[in-house]
Design a protein. Structure first.
Length: 552
């Protein structure tokens, strides 16, 4: 190891992987020998560096030396400067591209950033780290810039210098229209599964609850309600939607507005989907609402008109909070939020046209076929058909409904018993006797694990209803009949238990037990009100109605 040469080549501030030790200076010495440099190697490097710095015109020999020091084909390793991670990347080609264009890139940074020779060299010295973060973690230029800047590393006046380096390395990051279309269509398919039969307000609460589990700390339900209902501004929703799409491909700082061509074909295609649904986002949401704005932050929001400012603040706060989460948490939250926007798009579209696949008034044969079909097995509708059928069944078995207080009928399959303070999907409480009957629908096989989980929920619900129940009779006088309806069950399931003094009698039924009721005229009337009318609304996905029609 030649210490003087090692010191000299390190003054070039070329990017370098950690732990090279003497191998780096040995490589430099070999290259200089092959170039026929007779004078002291360290002195030659320092003189050539001074000439480059003073004249901005490096000699041909110095160019060759630096190029081969950055990338040495045929040697092991080929490069000390660039390492990449990730499938499908040609590390040799990336190192070669960087070495080939190093001096042009240096001059380009000086010109674009209006910085000195030394400042450009310092920026380029971080290329090894930049390339690894981009290739291995999918980080975008703005994300890399923000992360390294927090450690005091100066990478120019903004993220554009990092983007220029990545482009030169052949690590160009872009999102094309076909990718936007593919992600949009995947989310469109996922929307019914994630939000079931929830309306917009229910979907907002459900998305906020899910994102809270992923680590979101703000009041997302309030923020989304402001954005989607109270201060509705469709262009902002479309802008957030586009930013969230980037999370499926890159580890991106989504509060950055202009890294992925927000006026390009991908965004224009997405905006057209909003317009097709009757949501006015104008021609280019970013151009009209964030022209020449790099970051969608509170300063941007403060420039908005009074009517739009609350929604703009939500955009800024939401994107900033998502930027603080881990990448897996951001991706998971992004999926829920994009699918929430899909529900908005679909509901808006269907409000402006005929309802797809409406359910008819059921005749006797159709009602019998529906009940029999549901009895055969899980309908694949996230439990929607099963729960609506058990609503009808509980009402049918209740006798005169004037004897009962009704609770939970028509609730979404995603409505939690805890939030609704109920003992099952639906329940009836006798007006005079200390008796409650609750039903819990379960598509597929019912196990003791599921039963135990539901009983644990009852332990949380009962305390908030103690006062209500004991206003009529002591809790020990009450009986809860809990009816599970499923397609099959474990053997030897729990039949009786007690929760905080409340006697719970558990009964098990199958959907096949309900099937014969399809021929009953009274049951058919219940189906019309509590099945057909509940499904024939725009927020319920058409595929659920189509599943019901297929059973007829």
């Amino acid at each position: 190891m030649q210490l003087d040469l090692d010191a000299a080549i390190r003054t070039l501030l070329l990017p370098l992987r950690p732990g090279t030790k003497g191998d780096y200076s040995d490589r430099a010495a070999d290259i200089l020998d092959e170039l026929g440099i007779a004078m002291d190697h360290a002195d030659w490097v320092l003189l050539e560096l001074k000439r480059w710095r003073d004249t901005a015109s490096p000699s041909i020999t110095f160019r060759r030396f630096v190029k081969e020091l950055l990338f040495s084909p045929g040697r092991v390793p080929q490069s000390f400067a660039i390492d990449v991670a990730g499938k499908g990347l040609n590390a040799s080609q990336i190192a070669s591209d960087f070495a080939e264009g190093f001096f042009a890139l240096h001059a380009q940074l000086m010109d674009l950033e209006k910085i000195s020779h030394e400042e450009a060299s310092r920026i380029l010295s971080h290329t090894h780290t930049i390339a690894l973060l981009a290739s291995g973690s999918g980080m975008t230029a703005s994300r890399i810039y923000g992360m390294l800047s927090k450690d005091g590393i100066v990478l120019g006046k903004g993220w554009s210098a990092v983007r220029t380096i990545l482009d030169r390395c052949g690590l160009r990051q872009e999102i094309k229209q076909p990718e936007v279309e593919a992600i949009f269509n995947e989310d469109k398919e996922a929307e019914p599964e994630l939000f079931g039969d929830l309306d917009i307000e229910g979907s907002i609460a459900h998305a906020a609850s899910a994102c809270r589990e992923f680590g979101y700390r703000g009041d997302l339900a309030k923020q989304l309600r402001t954005l989607l209902i109270d201060v509705f501004h469709a262009p902002y929703i479309c802008m957030v939607h586009f930013q969230l799409i980037t999370l499926t491909i890159f580890h991106h700082k989504i509060s950055n507005a202009y890294e992925f061509e927000p006026r390009g074909l991908g965004l224009l295609w997405l905006a057209s989907r909003y317009r097709d649904s009757g949501l006015d986002v104008a021609g280019s949401p970013f151009l009209n609402n964030a022209k020449s704005v790099d970051t969608l932050d509170t300063f941007w929001a403060a420039t908005k008109k009074n009517a739009q400012r609350p929604a703009a603040r939500v955009v800024a706060d939401l994107l900033h909070e998502l930027d603080t989460l881990s990448d897996p948490s951001r991706s998971a939250s992004g999926r829920y939020l994009r699918c929430l926007f899909h529900r908005l798009i679909r509901v808006s579209h269907e409000k402006n046209g005929p309802l797809p696949f409406p359910l008819p008034v059921f005749g006797g044969v159709q009602a019998a076929n529906l009940c029999g079909g549901i009895g055969l097995g899980n309908t694949g509708t996230s439990g929607v058909l099963e729960q609506r059928l058990t609503d009808c069944w509980l009402l049918h078995t209740a006798g005169p409904l004037t004897d009962w207080h009704l609770k939970g009928f028509g609730d979404s399959v995603f409505a939690t018993n805890t939030s609704k303070k109920k003992f099952g999907d639906a329940e009836i409480k006798h007006r005079n006797l200390p008796e409650i009957i609750a039903v819990e629908a379960h598509g597929g096989h019912l196990s003791q694990v599921y039963v135990d989980d539901h009983l644990a929920t009852l332990m949380r619900v009962l305390p908030v209803r103690f006062e209500e129940l004991e206003d009529r009779a002591p809790i020990s006088d009450w009986t809860l009949k809990l009816r599970f309806v499923s397609h099959s069950v474990d053997a030897e399931l729990l039949k009786v238990t007690e929760i905080s003094g409340l006697l719970v009698k558990i009964e098990y039924y199958s959907f096949a037990d309900i099937a014969p009721l399809g021929a009953d005229a009274g049951f058919q009337a219940l189906l019309q009100e509590h099945f057909v009318e509940q499904l024939n609304v725009v927020h319920v996905p058409a595929k659920f109605r189509q599943s019901a029609l297929n059973l007829l």
